[in-house]
Design a protein around this ligand. Structure first.
Ligand code: FCB
Length: 463
């Protein structure tokens, strides 16, 4: 029987734009995702986050759901345009009041709030002024972090600055399949840098405002990259540089690897990196957030024959893999989830052990892991999602294996608490352990929610 450490933190995760709805209520300003989803043709089925799961209006019910699951923590994100419309100036008090209620509601139920400051919903005005490719966005972000530290820092003891800056930069500004939908590789690398800088500045701002013992973190969607054969090692290295070291380098080592600068020299000269920026990006953090769904398989591409692009990130008109013209992303063997992502938990163990090897003093936490499946509601009105239970069981075993191998993994958050707006896929992909009826908004526990409650309460994986 697989048993987790007693102090292991069990949780579920969501993000503001994916669940809240109330997109234009109580003074909330527009974000790049409002603009993106309101543009015909960019999100499947014309779906938007206007209503999402109506979580903004169903807060108490959703807090009770969390209490029913027995989780020790809840990872949510703060909608920047809700609390500071336009991304500058004074706070919008009704917006802050919502997060006050959320945090207080969690604490009164014995659930630790884990707050992500940025889960992709940049105030539209900041994008109009240049977005993440513009240096000033990092300063705006730090200002917002400071304000949140001041207002929620007495109660929130775990902060995550950014969620998956890889997606913000490369899907938002290179392949354009996410908001704001730009396809400019040089801008995407500038966005990478300003996200790194913004992270560092935000940690500084939180350290000066939040509780002394608050944990600081950032969540990365590190790619566990493997090669088809030994000969593909250079392709593996390049994909690793662009996807992982572009963030781990500055944030944890205080420098971009020289190889990364060289590999991208035809795209940018990196002159947006100013003296001292890399040192600013490298702030001591307490735990590294890891989001893992599946591994990545690459091969050297010599230009002959069609190129595979099976990286799991949706094909846009351009590739998110800047300067990787000679790297092919190869489709991996199944089984697959509804996203078309292969199920392979061994990548998670290997990734956690690599992080432990490279950064032995930095604990990790799985801030997202989960799967979308078709999830039909059975004649009994229930979703019997054995496939999701199997996915979660495999990945939790993989975490336990990494712990047994010496990795200091502190917790695990299922993505997601409930079915929600899956970005450019709209509502077609259901990741929840709780089912949400799109007509009535009724929440119904799937079998996986019952299973997870048992895991959480015992700290063990059932046989
Ligand atoms: C991650 C996102 C999260 C969710 C999952 C499926 O990349 O952080 O919001 O969409 O994928």
């Amino acid at each position: 029987m697989t048993t987790f450490p007693e102090s292991f933190l069990w949780g579920t995760a969501t993000a503001a734009y994916q669940v809240e709805g109330a997109w234009d209520e109580d003074g909330r300003g527009p974000s790049i995702w409002d603009t993106f989803s309101h543009t015909p043709g960019l999100v499947a089925n014309g779906d938007t986050g206007d209503v999402a799961c109506d979580h903004y209006h169903r807060l108490e019910e959703d807090l009770d759901l969390l209490a029913g699951l027995g989780v020790g923590a809840y990872r949510f994100s703060i909608s920047w345009p809700r609390v500071q419309p336009g991304g500058a100036g004074p706070l919008n008090e009704p917006g802050v009041a919502f997060y006050d209620r959320l945090v207080d509601g969690l604490l009164s139920r014995g659930i630790a709030p884990v707050a992500t400051l940025y889960h992709w919903d940049l105030p539209q005005e900041l994008e109009d002024a240049g977005g993440w490719p513009d240096r000033d966005t990092a300063s705006r972000f730090a200002d917002y972090a400071r304000l949140m530290g001041e207002r929620l820092g007495d109660r929130v003891r775990a902060w995550i600055t950014l969620n998956e800056p890889w997606c913000s930069a490369y899907l938002g500004y290179a392949s354009g399949v996410h908001a704001p939908g730009r396809t400019d590789p040089a801008a995407a690398l500038a966005a990478v840098h300003h996200l790194n800088l913004g992270h560092g500045l935000a940690v500084q701002a939180l350290r000066s405002t939040a509780a002394r013992d608050a944990l600081m973190s950032v969540t990365l969607n590190l790619h566990h990259v493997r090669g088809v054969s030994e000969a593909d090692a250079p392709a593996v290295r390049k994909a690793d540089l662009l996807s992982n070291m572009a963030f781990l380098g500055p944030m944890l080592e205080g420098a971009y690897p020289r190889e990364l600068i060289e590999a991208t020299s035809s795209v940018t000269d990196w002159s947006f990196v100013r003296d001292g920026d890399e040192a600013t990006a490298r702030q001591p953090i307490d735990v590294l957030g890891v989001n893992y769904y599946n591994p990545t398989l690459v091969r050297h591409w010599d230009g002959s024959g069609p190129k595979e692009t099976a990286d799991g990130h949706q094909d846009g008109t351009a590739s998110p893999w800047i300067a990787c013209d000679d790297v092919e992303f190869v489709r991996q063997p199944g089984p697959y989830t509804e996203m078309g992502w292969n199920i392979d938990e061994t990548g998670l163990t290997e990734l956690l052990l690599r992080l432990h090897r490279d950064y032995p003093d930095l604990p990790t936490m799985i801030t997202e892991n989960g799967a979308a499946f078709p999830d039909p509601v059975g004649p009994d009105g229930v979703v019997h999602d054995a496939d999701r239970i199997d996915y979660l069981r495999r990945h939790l075993s993989a975490v336990a294996e990494a712990i047994a191998g010496g990795a200091d993994v502190r917790g695990y958050f299922v993505w997601s608490l409930m079915d929600n707006f899956e970005w450019a896929h709209g509502y077609a992909k259901r990741f929840g352990i709780v089912h949400v009826d799109r007509e009535t908004m009724k929440r119904t526990w799937k079998d996986s929610a019952h299973w997870y409650r048992d895991v959480v309460s015992t700290g063990k994986l059932p046989e």
